[in-house]
Design a protein around this ligand. Sequence first.
Ligand code: HQG
Length: 179
Amino acid sequence: MTDQRTVRVSKYLSKHLRHQPDRIGLRLDEAGWTEIDALLTAAATHGFRITRDELDHVVATNDKKRFEIAGTRIRASQGHSIDVDLDLPPATPPPRLYHGTNPRALPSIRTEGLRAMNRHDVHLSPDLATATRVGARRGRPVILTVDSAAMHRDGHVFHVSANGVWLTKAVPARYIRFG
Ligand code: HQG
């Protein structure tokens, strides 16, 4: 499987497991799971054939471990815009977490803090390298440091996804260090 094909399949899976299952007539349960067979059939019916081997390869080698398989089912580990409850238990975050963004977003983040925007939660990275990669998706990255210890102490709830992304509903500006 070429890298190009792997990325294409990964993007296709992200689109339909996170954002638009309806587009291919796919049903996800309340935690975002769907039968692998149903997914492959729905994709093929809508003109995008994926073999089971390709799917397994993408799940196993994905740079961010975006997908989880459990038995006969699959789901995206995080990043949904559709309404799913991943059912992750609350977790104690490390004292600092990082958020990579771009300079254009800074004025509004300074006033309103970090918001989930189109997703369910604000996504925070456990390390600078990951945050830098996230921020670089939109140009020159700017890395914000979040005082997650203080947030946790103040009662903000955190979850960690199966692939190590820290999730919280919002980060008020007072917990953010702007470089
Ligand atoms: C910004 C990718 C203005 C925020 C990545 C970000 C990640 C604000 C953008 C995952 C704001 C939202 C998530 C505010 C936040 N005013 N801008 N108040 N609050 N923003 O894509 O964190 O490849 O929804 O800084 O690797 O960039 O999809 O979030 O720039 O893990 O698996 O609004 O998506 O993973 O963008 O990325 P996103 P994100 P995948």
